[in-house]
Design a protein around this ligand. Sequence first.
Ligand code: MN
Length: 249
Amino acid sequence: MSFKIIGDDSVKSMPLIGVSCGIDYDKGFSYLKQGYYRALQKSGALVVLLTADEEGYENKLIERLDGILLSGGPDIDPVHFGEESYTFNGNISPDRDRQEIELAKLAFAGGKPILGICRGIQVLNVALGGTIYQDIKTQVNENKLLKHDQDAPVWYPSHSIMINKESRVYECFGEETARVNSFHHQAVKDVAQGFKATAQASDGIIEAIEYIGDQYAVGVQWHPETMWEKDNMYLEIFKAFVKACSEDK
Ligand code: MN
């Protein structure tokens, strides 16, 4: 006997997107803020949460997915970009580092679209050979830095970015400047080979990167998942990603 749970064939054309989760080691939880998966669902995707399981699991998972979203979270262990950890590096999540770096490499190699948000832009960059600042306040001239760890509400755009016209981020905003929120003490330093910086704050901090070729691999340093419910313009980045995942199906 067979039956249909969903009687609508259009579901077959919806891309299946995996989103990486945070890990609470004390409580034994994996978790994800609602803004991520709701934004993807609103943009027409089916969403599954990707838990950090045993090594090799990513190889099996990636085959089924049409794209991956690398979500926000704690700092990457600098060992992944060839550095020791300084005192100003923050919390790390070793299983998540391993899982997400592997996922990013596999998705990229397999031509599957990738969207990295906050920690996700950093994971994407490091996984593909770039580096990041462990702490911008220490490693960049602090007097010239904007406030990238805003105290304002999560949805509030607290600093400007300048956007490269030849970029996917520009296609989302339709303007060469935009305002975004900011909750990071790290940032992309050396952009991975084959990628380019596509948005910067006025202090020079890189706020977006993307792959130069046709493949969709985009990272943003801000948090659109906490902004789109206030202002639909910030949903565009999710819509563009979901569209890329649909086209590559
Ligand atoms: Mn910022």
